[in-house]
Write a protein that binds this ligand. Structure first.
Ligand SMILES: Nc1ncnc2c1ncn2[C@@H]1O[C@H](COP(=O)(O)OP(=O)(O)OP(=O)(O)O)[C@@H](O)[C@H]1O
Length: 479
């Protein structure tokens, strides 16, 4: 007799083992912690099998998209609830339901299994659902990463507006903010946000036709369809979507044919009230070598920036990412890391990975001392590279003024403003005091430096173009 039995079997024969009602109890527990609609939509429909001794729960999920979604969104909570209720570790297994079409007994027996934990699409093993090859169902072609959702995106003032617009699009595509154009520097969460839109829409409307594509992939699709003369298939693919998410459109620069095809797709999609979301490293008018007619269309819906996260948001991201890894990150350590890794979220993630690995290898608790050791190279590179002279030269080059103007007494705005920006960056990126900085800027008083620092810091909050320029300068200086 199999050691795994279904919940309904268990219910028919009460008291046959400790695992019998585990799944029911787990659902009840989760219903107290999560919005009821999520439990009803995603968890109740799952068929559960519970091992007689309660040590393993197998959940059967109807299709691949749902399986990825349940794994990314709920597996952690389910495991925790099961373990707590059972009072022992419970192995959670998600399996794909066999196809309804008649399948050989062998095909059924080999219903695809995928053990936890798995992360990201690429980590998924090939699924052997049925021996007969069939065209992939629509959800396989969305290219969405189910782990990138609104739930895993930390909110802060840096992304509040972009996130709100994105949530609106996910809830009511084809209405307001079409197209939605999201721009910002590298590693700030643009890709995450567009995946979140697609995942959210599919969670509400699994039948929606959604495609995430990187601009380079779009270029390559255009080239292939020219070479193979398969334009009908290309149009079929891109012109019939409900939601097109296209990442890094700055890659269209100088690619005339691609721009023309994108223009056609854009017009076709807007005409049928489908939604288009684009990302780029700069705002539409900042794009170079892209036809004016496209640029003006990019800007015709809503354009929103994602700013570099401020200190508190960087701390929140670190704590949330550590939690997702099942690791503890004390607040003082998170502050230490966030103060030292300021450029973007991808680098924050890298720093976190290093610290967790270092702590694990050395069997130590995560602490500031451990973080300092783990990030030794990164911290020393930062300290070595950024000098006030370096800042003055970089800012002067960026704004096309002479380095000598950094020390001069000249006051025209074209010179005074870059000088203030350089003072601000000197305060932000070096350990120098206000008087020391004043000295290095032609013997200026420390109150002049303080005024510049406060002014640029305040303007940065409201002027996204300035903020973008500062971000570029910071990235350049940090190397
Ligand atoms: N607010 C956030 N909360 C949680 N994770 C975030 C946040 N912002 C960014 N990330 C994470 O940081 C990493 C980099 O983000 P992402 O790839 O979306 O950046 P990007 O802006 O698209 O960068 P690029 O321009 O290089 O493509 C990802 O792992 C993403 O999940």
């Amino acid at each position: 007799m199999s050691s795994v039995r279904s919940v309904s079997d268990a219910a028919a024969a009460p008291g046959q083992g400790p695992g019998a009602d585990l799944w029911e109890a787990c659902l009840q527990r989760l219903a107290q912690e999560m919005p009821p609609q999520q439990v009803t939509t995603w968890l109740k429909p799952l068929a559960a099998q519970v091992a007689a001794d309660g040590s393993r729960v197998t959940l059967t999920v109807a299709n691949r998209f749902k399986l990825d979604w349940v794994r990314a969104q709920y597996a952690g909570r389910i495991s925790a609830a099961l373990q707590e209720l059972a009072g022992q570790p419970v192995a959670l297994e998600l399996v794909l339901a066999p196809r309804e079409a008649p399948a050989s007994p062998a095909g059924r027996a080999s219903a695809a299994r995928t053990a936890l934990p798995l992360r990201g699409e690429s980590a998924l093993p090939p699924l052997a659902e049925s021996p007969a090859p069939e065209p992939a169902p629509a959800e396989h072609r969305t290219r969405l990463n189910p782990a990138l959702t609104f739930a895993t995106l930390v909110e802060g003032s840096a992304n509040r507006m972009a996130r709100a617009a994105a949530m609106h699009v996910a809830a009511s595509p084809g209405q307001l903010y079409n197209p939605l154009f999201i721009y910002g520097g590298v590693g700030l969460g643009k890709t995450h946000l567009v995946h979140a839109i697609g995942n959210q829409l599919l969670a509400e409307r699994p039948e929606a036709k959604v495609l995430y594509v990187h601009a380079e992939q779009f270029v390559s699709d255009v080239v292939k369809s020219y070479q193979r003369k398969t334009f009908d298939a290309f149009k079929q693919r891109y012109h019939n979507l409900d939601l097109l998410l296209i990442d890094d459109v700055q890659f269209f620069a100088n690619k005339d044919r691609t721009q023309e095809e994108f223009f056609n797709a854009f017009e076709a999609l807007l005409a049928k009230k489908s939604h288009i979301v684009m990302t780029s490293d700069t705002y539409p008018k900042g794009l170079t070598d892209i036809h004016e007619r496209l640029v003006s269309r990019f800007d015709s819906g809503l354009t929103v920036a994602i700013e570099p996260p401020e200190l508190e948001m960087r701390v929140a991201i670190l704590i949330s990412k550590a939690q997702a890894e099942g690791a503890a990150m004390p607040e003082d350590v998170a502050f230490f890391v966030a103060k030292n890794v300021r450029s973007n979220v991808r680098e924050l993630e890298g720093a976190l990975r290093k610290i967790l690995a270092y702590a694990r290898f050395n069997q130590r608790e995560v602490s500031i001392a451990v973080a300092r050791e783990a990030l030794k190279d990164l911290l020393s590179i930062q300290n070595r590279q950024i000098s006030v002279e370096n800042i003055q030269k970089t800012v002067a080059d960026f704004y096309k003024i002479k380095v000598a103007d950094m020390y001069s007494k000249k006051r025209p705005a074209a010179i005074a403003r870059p000088r203030q920006i350089a003072m601000y960056l000197a305060k932000e990126l070096t350990q120098k005091s206000l008087p020391e900085i004043g000295e290095l800027f032609g013997g200026r008083d420390h109150t002049t430096v303080l005024h510049a620092v406060r002014k640029i810091a305040a303007e940065r909050q409201v002027d996204s173009e300035l903020n973008q320029q500062l971000h570029v300068l910071e990235q350049t200086l940090k190397g």
